[in-house]
Ligand binder design. Structure first.
Ligand SMILES: Nc1ncnc2c1ncn2[C@@H]1O[C@H](COP(=O)(O)OP(=O)(O)OP(=O)(O)O)[C@@H](O)[C@H]1O
Ligand SMILES: [Mg+2]
Length: 251
């Protein structure tokens, strides 16, 4: 049974508590990490993928420690960072070949791995073009392709639809839902519609805290008075005026 166990993780930058005692257990499914700017989404992802160390806490995958980026974990991990410089002179194909080498995929298996993930993101006809000539959506799809090159068990996607038009958003959303089978997928966004339909669970983060974690339907039931609220309503309830935060202050 695949299980990612995040236990009591805290991280401070200067005086800023980016993560404050985060604990969660993740089994295969799509987790939508939802929260406003600065909530701590990217920080949590950076710690899971081994780019940053937390100040305290532990993370294990199937019972084994993964903090700091262990080789066994890297082999089953796919990551698409929020900000990424792409080699604009490279063709898409060259970029993926390069990424395959970095990920330690055998040369004899590289062509097949690339073909598989390129088909997955519908980028076959663009592989010979320079990345500099790609649209924003094509770049995002190429980044998703590199994240799934090694057929990962855990897929971490930090704002995969940032800057995309609605059509491209929907394409990418569908693509992620298809890729997600049997994997632990964590997808950070502040766009509710990116995850409303595909997430099995929503993790709401604010100021370094997890303020709710449940299926979209349960979250909707908890705040809906007469009927199930939409995830957008849930977001507004927790993050905008009139939400729980204000209600507490007025007591
Ligand atoms: N390297 C860093 N140095 C200093 N402060 C940082 C650093 N990385 C993150 N922070 C701070 O930690 C907090 C959490 O940032 P983080 O990037 O994790 O948020 P986020 O939820 O991903 O936001 P966004 O939606 O804007 O991507 C913010 O207050 C941010 O300014
Ligand atoms: Mg972020």
């Amino acid at each position: 049974m695949k299980q990612l166990f995040i236990q009591d993780i805290s991280k401070t930058y200067g005086k800023k508590k980016a993560l404050d005692h985060i604990t969660m257990e993740l089994s295969p499914g799509v987790y939508g990490l939802l929260g406003p700017n600065g909530a701590g989404k990217s920080t949590l992802m950076n710690i899971i993928v081994g780019n940053h160390m937390p100040d305290s806490g532990s993370i294990t995958y199937n019972g084994k420690d993964i903090l700091g980026g262990k080789t066994f974990f890297r082999n089953v991990l796919g990551y698409m960072p929020q900000q990424q410089g792409l080699y604009s002179q490279f063709t898409g194909y060259r970029f993926l070949t390069y990424m395959a080498a970095l990920k330690g995929i055998k040369r004899s298996e590289t062509a097949q791995a690339i073909e598989h993930c390129v088909n997955m993101v519908n980028m076959k006809e663009h592989m010979g073009k320079r990345i500099g000539a790609y649209s924003g959506g094509m770049k995002q799809r190429l980044l998703i392709a590199q994240a799934v090159l090694n057929d990962p068990e855990i897929l971490i996607l930090d704002e995969p639809t940032a800057g995309l038009d609605p059509q491209e958003r929907i394409r990418i959303r569908t693509m992620i839902a298809n890729i997600a089978q049997e994997k632990i997928v964590i997808l950070a966004t502040h766009v509710v519609s990116d995850i409303e339909k595909i997430a099995s669970e929503i993790i709401l983060m604010k100021d370094g805290h997890v303020i709710a974690k449940d299926s979209p339907i349960h979250l909707g039931q908890q705040i809906g008075k007469t009927s199930v609220a939409t995830l957008e309503d849930v977001y507004m309830y927790y993050f905008e005026d009139g939400g729980e935060q204000d209600a507490d202050i007025s007591k």
